[in-house]
Write a protein that binds this ligand. Structure first.
Ligand SMILES: C[S@@+](CC[C@H](N)C(=O)[O-])C[C@H]1O[C@@H](n2cnc3c(N)ncnc32)[C@H](O)[C@@H]1O
Ligand SMILES: Nc1nc2[nH]cc(C(=O)O)c2c(=O)[nH]1
Ligand code: SF4
Ligand SMILES: [Mg+2]
Length: 257
């Protein structure tokens, strides 16, 4: 039996998060300059079994505030549990999965169907780190709503479920798996300091490599909320690098959820 087999899924995720199995890699940017590549993590062993109920922090119907889909009507399901622990996370209350009620998937499916009738264009599964859970059954349960499923993830776990749109927001201290770098439609890197820009460039190279010649994901820099330095760095970088665009947390600017 594996040493962590009797631990809860989130405890297992924490254990693996503190002992990443990483591989050193090298790359060049589009001008041929060497990029300080972050190691690629092996995916975490997330919940291996698809769950019939999941810890839910909140559900709400709002506008997608971030990324390329910003401004569109969306129904959000925020799952509890995150072991990635970004120091600047704006959703720290979601980290302990046990604090949030286990909700049956059928109930979430009913809410998604109501949201579809009320005008939602898609469902966003976020968290917490949603891929700490096996999302296979959740995605199946949401199918009757007819809404495309979107995912917000840091990419440290194995991919589960089926998604029309994956937003990968990789983190310097816990780099994403090659699987998520290959599968995402957009790469959205949060910027607080100059090192985040080098990391963003490295992630873009790795995402292109991961899909062996097929076009890479859309590239976005998102200033850290309340980070004037991050905002200035991101704007300057986007001005000089036309393949990147700025992502603002527009829901916060508008006072929306
Ligand atoms: C709360 S996270 C949940 C999903 C997943 N754990 C992740 O990090 O992608 C949702 C998005 O908010 C971003 N985010 C979190 N805190 C932020 C902050 N203080 N400023 C800007 N973006 C932030 C994350 O990088 C991610 O793109
Ligand atoms: N309106 C709105 N848009 C969002 N896009 C990503 C969010 C998230 O927390 O994952 C988020 C959120 O919390 N609210
Ligand atoms: S991975 Fe996402 S939810 Fe987890 S700490 Fe980082 S930003 Fe917050
Ligand atoms: Mg948010």
């Amino acid at each position: 039996m594996q040493a962590d087999a009797n631990k809860t899924p989130l405890a297992r995720a924490c254990l693996h998060a503190s002992t990443p199995n990483q591989t050193e890699r090298q790359a060049l940017d589009q001008s041929g300059n060497s990029i300080p590549l972050s190691p690629v993590s092996q995916p975490l062993a997330a919940d291996s079994l698809p769950a019939t109920a999941l810890p839910v922090v909140e559900t709400f119907h709002s506008l997608q505030g971030e990324g390329l889909q910003a401004g569109r009507s969306a129904f959000f399901i925020r799952l509890g549990g995150c072991a990635v622990a970004c120091p600047w996370c704006d959703t720290k209350h979601s980290w302990p999965a046990d604090l949030h009620p286990q909700r049956p998937l059928a109930e979430l499916a009913g809410e998604a169907e109501a949201a579809a009738e009320a005008g939602a264009a898609f469902v966003v599964i976020t968290g917490g780190e949603p891929l700490h859970h096996n999302l296979g059954l959740l995605c199946q349960a949401l199918e009757p709503s007819g809404l495309p499923l979107h995912l917000e993830t840091s990419g440290v776990d194995q991919l589960s479920g089926r998604f029309a749109w994956i937003t990968l927001s990789p983190k310097r201290h816990r780099p994403p798996s090659t699987e998520l770098l290959a599968a995402c439609q957009e790469l959205k890197v949060v910027v607080h300091e100059a090192a985040d820009l080098a990391f963003a460039a490295a992630m873009a190279v790795q995402a292109r490599e991961a899909r062996g010649g097929s076009p890479g994901p859309e590239l976005l820099l998102q200033p850290g909320w309340d980070s004037p330095a991050g905002q200035a760095l991101a704007i300057d970088y986007v001005r000089r690098n036309p393949q990147w665009r700025l992502s603002l947390q527009s829901h916060k600017l508008l006072g929306l959820r």
